[in-house]
Design a protein around this ligand. Structure first.
Ligand SMILES: Cc1ncc(COP(=O)(O)O)c(C=O)c1O
Length: 292
């Protein structure tokens, strides 16, 4: 279903589409929880409700690659059938591991599906996993890394990890607003806590800005894809990331905007620091209340 790339998934449109399919030819609804290139996080729970209202049996498949361990994702509570995760973002590892979380319904569908598969077959994976094994050569070093990632996430506490990402998203948007640039995502309820896509004023080339920042400060920013190429750049704020890293990132961008001659207002970094300080005060007050 086409969208404008500035809003999340339209649950009502999907409900209508499913209602128009009484023969149940549609087998699955695929959705990206956090759309990394645009910085838009869709409401998966609302989508599940819309699918349920339609009475259609399609599976719900969700790409959680840039939301897992960064933005709240509830596989079971939201009735997701297939969740897809990767090692390279919130799990703080190099790319190379992929994960599926699957429902009973998805498992049953995989047994009756006629699509040929071998390496990607869940049956071999499930049978081996029962005994702690992997049916092929395992990426052992990544699995050791994963054990450490999970320990780090538990040490900080998942709620704190998610809160930290929200804080960094808010502070980043405060900087963007202070620069008088535009956040690509138009719906505040769908702002991404893991990445922010920023629209440059008309006539400005985001790729030239990215190139300059890479050359001057050795900082690589994500690009706009497809129809957004050259129009937006992305600020990633997920995974092993802290306040100082965010401050450094935003400083590099503010200096880059100046050097590239992109029309903007100063004070983005300060606005982000103020936002972080405000959030820290709030957290401190909450902690005092709990301990008091
Ligand atoms: C939402 C999302 N899906 C998928 C991927 C990975 O896709 P691929 O393995 O095809 O590069 C990414 C990037 O790592 C992503 O951000």
């Amino acid at each position: 279903l086409p969208g404008d790339w500035r809003h999340g998934v339209d649950a009502d449109a999907i409900e209508s589409k499913l209602r128009e399919d009484p023969q149940h030819q549609i087998k699955a609804v695929g959705v990206v929880h956090n759309e990394t290139s645009t910085g838009v996080a869709s409401n998966v729970a609302a989508l599940r409700k819309a699918m349920d209202r339609s009475g259609h049996p399609a599976l719900l498949m969700v790409d959680t690659i840039s939301s897992l361990a960064s933005i709240d994702y509830r596989h079971d509570d939201w009735g997701v059938d297939v969740g897809i995760g990767g090692s390279q973002k919130g799990l703080m590892l190099p790319p190379g591991l992929g994960f599926n979380a699957i429902s009973e319904k998805a498992l049953a569908a995989s047994k009756s599906a006629r699509m040929p598969r071998s390496y990607w077959d869940w049956q071999a994976m499930l049978a081996n996993n029962k005994n702690g094994l992997f049916p092929y050569t395992p990426a052992t070093n990544l699995l050791y890394g994963l054990r450490e990632s999970l320990a780090m996430l538990h040490e900080e506490g998942l709620d704190n990890v998610l809160r930290r990402h929200r804080r960094h998203g808010e502070a980043t948007r405060a900087a963007v607003r202070a620069w008088r640039l535009e956040v690509l995502c138009l719906n505040p309820a769908e702002y991404s806590s893991s990445s922010t896509s920023v629209v440059l004023p008309p006539g400005q080339n985001a790729d030239e800005l990215r190139k300059l920042i890479l050359e001057q400060f050795n900082m690589s920013l994500g690009n706009g894809l497809g129809r957004l190429a050259g129009k937006v750049f992305r600020i990633g704020h997920l995974g092993d990331f802290n306040d100082l890293m965010l401050a450094g990132t935003l400083s590099g961008i503010e200096m880059g905007l100046e050097l590239a001659g992109v029309p903007h207002h100063k004070g983005g970094v300060q606005a982000a620091l103020d936002s972080l300080a405000e959030a820290a005060k709030g957290a401190h007050a909450d902690a005092a209340q709990v301990h008091g």
